[in-house]
Design a protein around this ligand. Structure first.
Ligand code: GPV
Length: 838
């Protein structure tokens, strides 16, 4: 239906166009109006929650205007758009970011003060939008910020989970999961009840000839669920461009809540139907770097992908272009293999619904998609059982078989003598049951495959995907090293440091061009500057110390070296090695004389991160950290020399407090296992040094900042395989320092040794897959170098300034520009000058 207002009446619309606020008084007026009318409260009944709500609503009015105009401008320009498909968007809080990006923070700050509130208190009322597990989801959030800031027409597509990642509580040293119901009040989303897509599951496929004698394939029967769109505006920094993130929510199709059943008394089954539909978008799967092959997860994937593609194709069809132009208008990026079904769904739409020939359709499909791989860990590579898949998506299975058939035929033509090659690269694994290898399907259906850091991109080309490099040629495989948004991870998280940098580099331009940080290099020996720099770090440590005090009750000394490891708990990330190192330090302190102790640098070892609820070993690591903490923190011999802290419920908003407060952070994965890591970038950008292995982006960070400014240790990726083969531990050839740590654990120093048996025997008896013993000596020695270096504060501060000045490369703006140029072939759409602000 054509719903636009006729020309003669448009004058009236323009006259009353929503404007939002442009100054402090107008902002206050809008806040009061929202308190009184939207929230139906008054100044006698306005707490910080209400003030947060009203301030957000006022802000959002401004945002919506920009957002509508951006969408109109993009539609009118009729150029190429990027669609970033991600099952996770770990957004964190929106208010502070919205104020910053639209340039209204000062107004809001003063306005809120006039109304009786401190802006920090209001910002902290907001519940994190935690629709992700860890790095992969946070990367998607940084990418949205950068795409909007760079004026790239782009939409994020995801799922509107009712429950995000669980909240973590620590009870008696154990992780307890609490559901994260976050949608009670969310001013940042706009339900689009008019944008509803029917999504089909199960059912049957029929093949017949129509009257023209053409083969027609239909897929019908089965279950239908509705996808309802919820839109979230994504403002760019210092631009009016405001992109869209569309999240789909599932609900029963009309008629699914069956009133006939209901009225005839069978309301239980009618309610059950409705609940089954709503279950699809109910909860985020809490696994990081792990695939569990659950049917509901596959349902989530298809539900989200089918709704998104329907939307994208509908938008394309409005332009009345020929299908061959599809990939000139549309670039779809697959964030890992989770959305790989989009490849199959687009092929299905083109051949079954639009009547294109297979080859023509397939050529459009492969030009449209790009696939980003985020791991080489075998347990994380997605596979779907053929019987399960067949039942849920029968037509899609046929198409996958056809894709595989054509693919294998070309392989056979190209490498006629290599019979085993076909089995190795087949999209279908001939196991019992047969499995669909999603990464292979993603490669075959995309024009570019990329890894997320140089080492990782090299590894995928030489290990898990090496056959495909031979088949498709090396040009299909590329690297785009990850990045982080400096808006959230420098300016918002560390306002004082940002202010200092601005005062020396001529304003906030570095937030748009992070290479400007280079200009700091000339201050590495500037006494006054270094003093301010060090004071800011200290203040950030005081802020974290307060958080530690209120959340754990433990007092820590802000002058001590803060050593931080915050990330998902995983054996490959080796938090166990960190805590074993802490135990080693504790034993060393205990064996020292009081004189020797005086020479030691005091240290606070800080951990944080969630364990997947079903990952027992990760939960054991959390338990050990807490047990070590309760012993060490109460030992009078130790005092301030060592404190061990586990921070509950690590998330984006807590990271904004934690990251600026590190002296050292740990990025100590077994070489070759961490694809990139992104918190390593955040910590260095905030003036912390890092201790790490030669893994992921650590390698490129070293190249940028210089090897004198990083503490690298441990075996190299190229040696890992041989080392694993050589493992025959047991008491005799275990690293001797690690052996002492195990002895202490076994002597019940940290409570019942039985609780930690599995952690110890994974190393002693089960092959030490993650090379903890091999790297332990090097780790301990390097930690000693950290202690030494920290004693020379002057030199330390210079190292941190130099490092920050060289971090420009790790902006997600650089990263998005690389995607835009080398994978998406998309141009920015810069707003006209008169459109900017106001
Ligand atoms: I696969 N990553 C993640 O957070 N969850 C996952 O399920 C998978 C990958 C991470 C990698 O582990 C990090 O090394 C990487 O920095 C991040 O994805 C973003 O690329």
């Amino acid at each position: 239906v054509e719903a636009s207002i006729p020309e003669p009446q448009r004058e009236a619309w323009k006259k009353f166009q929503a404007k939002g606020f442009t100054n402090k008084e107008e902002f206050e007026r809008e806040v009061v109006r929202h308190v009184e009318t939207t929230l139906a409260r008054s100044m006698f009944n306005c707490d910080e929650t209400a003030a947060y709500a009203a301030a957000s609503l006022a802000l959002r009015d401004r945002l919506i205007t920009q957002w509508n105009r951006t969408q109109q401008r993009q539609t009118f320009a009729d150029g190429k758009r990027v669609y970033y498909l991600s099952l996770e968007f770990l957004m964190g809080r929106a208010l502070d970011n919205a104020m910053l990006n639209i340039g209204a923070k000062d107004i809001a700050k003063d306005g809120l003060a006039d109304l009786g509130f401190r802006i920090e208190d209001i910002i902290s009322q907001e519940h994190d939008a935690a629709l992700g597990n860890g790095g992969l989801g946070r990367l998607a959030a940084c990418f949205l910020d950068s795409m909007a800031s760079l004026n790239i027409p782009a939409w994020g597509y995801g799922l509107r989970y009712r429950y995000g990642i669980f909240k973590q509580e620590i009870v008696d040293g154990y992780q307890v999961e609490v559901p994260d119901y976050w949608l009670d009040f969310n001013p940042w989303e706009f339900p689009r009840h008019d944008i509803v897509v029917d999504i089909q599951f199960y059912g049957n496929v029929r093949k017949y000839q129509n009257e023209q004698g053409k083969n027609v394939i239909t897929w019908d029967g089965g279950e239908v669920v509705q996808a309802v769109a919820y839109d979230v505006p994504i403002p760019g920094y210092d631009t009016v461009s405001t992109n869209n993130m569309r999240l789909w929510s599932s609900k029963a199709a009309s008629g699914e809540f069956d009133f006939q059943k209901f009225n005839s008394g069978d309301y239980e089954s009618s309610v059950a139907d409705q609940q089954r539909a709503e279950t699809i978008s109910a909860v985020l799967y809490p696994n990081d770097n792990l695939d569990r092959g659950k049917e509901l997860r596959l349902k989530q994937q298809y539900f989200w992908v089918a709704a998104s593609l329907y939307d994208i194709v509908r938008r394309f069809k409005k332009s009345k272009r020929a299908w061959v132009e599809f990939s000139d208008q549309v670039a779809i990026q697959l964030n890992d293999t989770h959305p790989t079904l989009a490849i199959v769904e687009l092929q299905r739409i083109l051949i079954d619904l639009e009547g294109l020939e297979w080859d023509e359709a397939w050529s459009i499909v492969t030009k449209t998609f790009g696939y980003t791989n985020h791991t080489v860990l075998p347990e994380a590579l997605e596979k779907w059982s053929v019987p399960l898949f067949q039942n849920l998506l029968p037509r899609h299975l046929q198409i996958i078989y056809d894709i595989n058939l054509y693919f294998l035929q070309t392989v056979e033509r190209k490498f006629p003598k290599e019979r085993e090659l076909l089995g190795r690269v087949s999209i279908i694994e001939e196991s019992q049951p047969k499995m669909i290898r999603m990464a292979y399907l993603a490669i075959v259906g995309s024009h570019k495959v990329n890894g997320v850091a140089e080492l990782h991109s090299d590894l995928i080309k030489t290990t898990i995907f090496k056959d495909f490099v031979r088949i498709f040629g090396p040009d299909n495989f590329t690297n785009v090293t990850n990045g982080i948004t400096p808006r959230r991870w420098l300016h918002q998280a560390n306002p004082r440091l940002s202010e200092l940098i601005a005062s020396k580099t001529g304003g906030l331009d570095f937030l748009k061009d992070l290479n400007i940080l280079n200009e700091l290099e000339k201050f590495v020996d500037d006494k006054e500057f270094k003093k301010e720099w060090a004071e800011i770090k200290y203040a950030n440590k005081v802020r974290l110390a307060k958080h530690i005090k209120t959340t754990t009750g433990v007092t820590v000394n802000p002058s001590a070296l803060f050593d931080i490891q915050v990330k998902r708990i995983h054996e490959y990330k080796r938090q166990q090695m960190n805590i074993f190192g802490v135990i080693h330090r504790y034993l060393t302190i205990k064996a020292m004389t009081p004189e020797e102790r005086k020479k030691l640098a005091p240290r606070v070892s800080i951990f944080g991160g969630k364990a997947a609820p079903g990952y027992w070993m990760a939960k054991t690591i959390i338990h050990l950290i807490n047990q070590v903490g309760s012993v060490v923190n109460n030992d009078k011999d130790v005092g301030d020399l060592l404190k061990v802290i586990f921070l509950e419920d690590y998330n984006v908003s807590k990271a904004e407090i934690i990251v600026p407060a590190s002296d050292i952070s740990e990025h100590i994965s077994t070489a070759g296992t961490e694809a990139s890591g992104t918190s390593n970038m955040k910590f260095v950008l905030n003036g912390g040094l890092i201790i790490g292995t030669c893994d992921g982006a650590n390698i490129e960070i070293t190249r940028e900042i210089g090897e004198n400014n990083i503490f690298l240790f441990g075996n190299l990726a190229e040696d890992v395989e041989d080392l694993r083969h050589a493992h025959t531990y047991g008491a005799h050839n275990l690293d001797p320092d690690l052996a002492k740590v195990f002895d202490a654990i076994k002597a019940n120093t940290f409570g019942d040794a039985g609780s930690f048996g599995a952690l110890v025997s994974a190393i002693e008896d089960h092959g030490d897959y993650y090379l903890v013993s091999d790297d332990f000596h090097s780790y301990i020695q390097t930690q000693a170098l950290v202690d030494e270096a920290y004693k020379d504060q002057d030199e330390w501060v210079s190292k941190t300034i130099l490092s920050v000045s060289r971090m420009g490369f790790f902006s997600s703006d650089r990263c998005i520009n690389e995607y835009a140029e080398t994978i998406w072939n998309v141009e920015p759409l810069v707003p006209e000058p008169q459109e900017r602000n106001g």
